[in-house]
Design a protein around this ligand. Structure first.
Ligand code: PAF
Length: 279
């Protein structure tokens, strides 16, 4: 299959008009540095649609002033190969000016999501995500859009935006892809030193152990506190390790409803996130 590249909204609309004559359109928004996790999202979108559009845009508005925006890996040629191998038909790699033209000033608030978990540690992050994803969905107007469960809170924010703003798209969640040692695949894993890379899988092991403790009857706040201690003793600086309602991400006391155990922790200069379903 042929893979085309467009870099602005006018060319995107022209390419989409052609794709729509062939059938449904699926969409996978990314920030590039594509890995096997992204490939799995593209394959999932392809199972559900005739053609898949992948966007590659490192969105400045979702990075804080001291975050990794300027060093975020960029590799368009390699990304094109990955997207093509996974079955994409079109890559949309806009400039910042194409997404945020002169005078741009409107944004979406992610509301309460800004106060919990990553929202509390990354001020403005989810407003930036919500705004850019809404813009991309409105430009591509796909039937389905696929997001990875690795960024679980982001997935919840996007579901909320789509529901609250009546965006006509079905959001599909794709399971986390892991390296053989359990580390969740992420473009940011490339920042880890060889030594840190050996330690990084402990984050997933700790999630699994914490789930085991809670299932065995340990109160979840005790189990997560033990998990934080374990990770800290191994050199992580933990932002949070918490159990939340799987749909709303509200705090929970008991396990009557499906829950999600979520973690964010720094290893050296790299912030890793991961999560696991419970119940
Ligand atoms: O998950 C990502 O790569 C980004 O947050 C997204 C959804 C492409 C928005 O910039």
């Amino acid at each position: 299959m042929q893979l085309n590249l467009v870099k602005n909204m006018a060319d995107l609309q022209q390419a989409l008009a052609g794709l729509r004559t062939q059938g449904s359109v699926g969409f996978v928004p990314t920030m590039g540095a594509l890995h096997a996790g992204h490939a799995s999202l593209i394959k999932l979108a392809k199972e559900r649609s005739k053609n898949v559009v992948v966007s590659i845009f490192v969105n400045p508005t979702q990075f804080g002033p001291n975050e990794d925006f300027t060093k975020y890996p960029k590799m368009l040629e390699k990304d094109m190969e990955t997207a093509k191998a996974a079955g994409a038909s079109l890559v949309y790699a806009p400039s910042a000016g194409d997404i945020y033209p002169e005078g741009f000033s409107t944004s979406i608030s992610a509301g309460n999501m800004n106060k919990i978990l990553d929202g509390a540690f990354r001020p403005g992050h989810f407003d930036g995500v919500a705004t850019v994803v809404a813009k991309l969905l409105l430009r591509v107007v796909p039937q389905v859009a696929v997001f990875g469960e690795k960024d679980y809170q982001q997935l919840c924010v996007i579901r909320r935006v789509v529901q609250d703003l009546d965006l006509p798209v079905e959001i599909i969640a794709a399971p986390i892809m892991r390296e053989t040692d359990g580390l969740a695949m992420s473009s940011r894993n490339a920042y880890l030193t060889p030594e840190e890379r050996k330690t990084a899988p402990e984050i997933y092991k700790t999630l699994c152990e914490t789930v085991k403790h809670i299932k065995a009857g340990m109160p979840h706040r005790q189990a997560t506190a033990e998990g934080v201690d374990k990770l800290s003793s191994m050199g992580f600086k933990v932002d949070y390790l918490e159990l939340h309602d799987a749909a709303t991400l509200n705090s929970i006391e008991s396990l009557e409803r499906p829950a999600r155990l979520l973690v964010a922790a720094w290893l050296g200069g790299t912030r890793l996130i991961d999560n696991i379903a419970m119940g």
